[in-house]
Write a protein that binds this ligand. Structure first.
Ligand code: ATP
Ligand code: MG
Length: 183
C-alpha cells in the first residue's frame, strides 16, 4: 500500500485545512525553522495510532490540537486523514473493500480520539494493527524523529530489539501474543 495524501486540520501549527500530496518521487520537504516540517511527520505517526505524548513532543495527547496564536483562537479538535492507495488490494481483511483506504483520526478536547476507516468507526487497536502488519506503524523504523539516532545509540538492548521487530514486521504478532497471554 502506498501513502497517497495526508490531510490536516487543527493539528499543531496546521490550523487551516492543509493537504500534502505524497506523489511518487517526493524526497524532501524544505522550509525555514519552525514552519511545520516535523509536525507533518508527527501527523503521519499520529494518524497511524501513536499514543505516546512524548513521541509527539507534548505533555498530553491534547497538545496536538492547535493551541492558538496572537491572532487566532485555539481549536477544539484536530483531525488528520491519511489516504492510502489500495488498488493492489493489499490491505488486511476488513479494510480491503475498495481501491482507496482512508484512515481518519480526530481528537476533541475532553472527549479523546476517535478513528474511522473508509468512514466506518473503528478502534484505535484496529488501526494500530493495520499499520503494524503493513510494517509502517507509528513505531516504524522508517519514521525517524529529530534526535532519534542518538537516542538509538544510547538505547538499552530491549528498546533496540523492539525496533528490529517492527522492521521485521512481527510486532503485530508480538502484540497479539501479549494479549492472548493476558486472557
Ligand atoms: P526545524 O527546522 O527547526 O526542525 P520544523 O519545520 O520541523 O522546524 P516544527 O517543529 O514542525 O518545525 O514546527 C514547530 C512549530 O509548530 C512551532 O512554531 C510551534 O509553535 C508550532 N506548534 C507546535 N504545536 C502546536 C500547537 N499545538 N498549536 C499551535 N502551534 C503549535
Ligand atoms: Mg523539525
Amino acid at each position: 500500500m502506498r501513502f497517497d495524501r495526508l490531510r490536516l486540520s487543527g493539528f499543531k501549527s496546521f490550523v487551516d485545512p492543509t493537504e500534502l500530496v505524497i506523489a511518487e518521487g517526493l524526497t524532501g520537504v524544505v522550509g525555514p525553522n519552525g514552519c511545520g516540517k516535523s509536525n507533518l511527520l508527527e501527523a503521519l505517526r499520529w494518524v497511524m495510532g501513536e499514543n505516546r505524548p512524548t513521541a509527539m513532543r507534548g505533555g498530553g495527547m491534547e497538545d496536538v490540537i492547535f493551541a492558538g496564536a496572537a491572532t487566532r483562537p485555539a481549536r477544539n479538535f484536530a483531525e488528520v486523514s491519511l489516504v492510502l492507495d489500495n488498488s493492489e488490494r493489499l490491505a488486511p481483511a476488513g479494510f480491503n473493500d475498495s481501491d482507496q483506504l482512508e484512515v481518519v483520526r480526530r481528537i476533541t478536547r475532553d472527549v479523546g480520539s476517535a478513528y474511522k476507516a473508509n468512514a466506518k468507526d473503528v478502534r484505535a487497536r484496529d488501526i494500530q494493527m493495520l499499520f503494524a502488519d503493513a510494517s509502517t506503524g507509528a513505531h516504524s523504523p522508517a519514521l525517524v524523529r529529530q534526535g532519534q539516532i542518538s537516542e538509538l545509540i544510547n538505547a538499552r538492548p530491549q528498546a533496540r530489539r523492539r525496533i528490529l521487530e517492527e522492521a521485521a514486521g512481527i510486532s503485530g504478532l508480538y502484540q497479539r501474543r501479549h494479549e492472548a497471554e493476558l486472557k
